[in-house]
Design a protein around this ligand. Structure first.
Ligand SMILES: [Zn+2]
Length: 161
């Protein structure tokens, strides 16, 4: 894992981070890293993105956490890489301090979707925080969405009468 299999260009300077996440989280089939601006606002402030919507409870089951350690881009330090994995185990998406977003998915599509959704949720949260004092969903609200996702969400064949 981590070797160039095709092409002549050097891989991303963040390759060690991507490879580490793949190794430590086997279900991570795709890892996406962005500097999407709204989510990065929370990364700059080093605060978790609050869980203000059913959408966030559904997608990430709570807050989007900030990674415990600060790290320079391209880090190969084990404790820093491990702190990224620790955050990703709480939520499939995490905020790299003063840097950006990292997320993974069980597929390429899911990882990309997570990257888009975290940005949209961060945008809503920023506006809500600017205009008022939003309340976070409770743990019971989040649990309800977990069950809803398992039992009632998504496309599936309708029951025949
Ligand atoms: Zn970066």
């Amino acid at each position: 894992m981590g070797e160039v299999v095709q092409g002549k260009l050097r891989p991303s300077s963040e390759t060690p981070m991507h490879v580490y996440v793949h190794k430590r989280i086997p279900e991570a089939k795709c890892v996406v890293h962005t500097h999407s601006p709204m989510a990065t606002v929370f990364a700059i402030l080093e605060i978790d993105t609050p869980c203000l919507t059913t959408e966030q409870a559904h997608a990430f089951e709570g807050r989007v956490p900030v990674v415990r350690n600060y790290s320079y881009p391209g880090t190969t330090k084990m404790d820093e890489l491990e702190s990224i994995v620790e955050a990703l185990r709480r939520s499939k998406v995490a905020l790299l301090r003063k840097h950006g977003v990292i997320t993974y998915g069980v597929s390429y599509e899911e990882a990309l979707d997570n990257a888009v959704v975290v940005e949209e949720l961060a945008k809503s949260a920023i506006f809500a925080l600017l205009l008022g004092k939003p309340e976070e969903l409770t743990e019971a609200d989040i649990e309800y969405m977990r069950e809803f996702k398992k039992k009632r969400y998504g496309q599936r064949p309708a029951k025949q009468p």
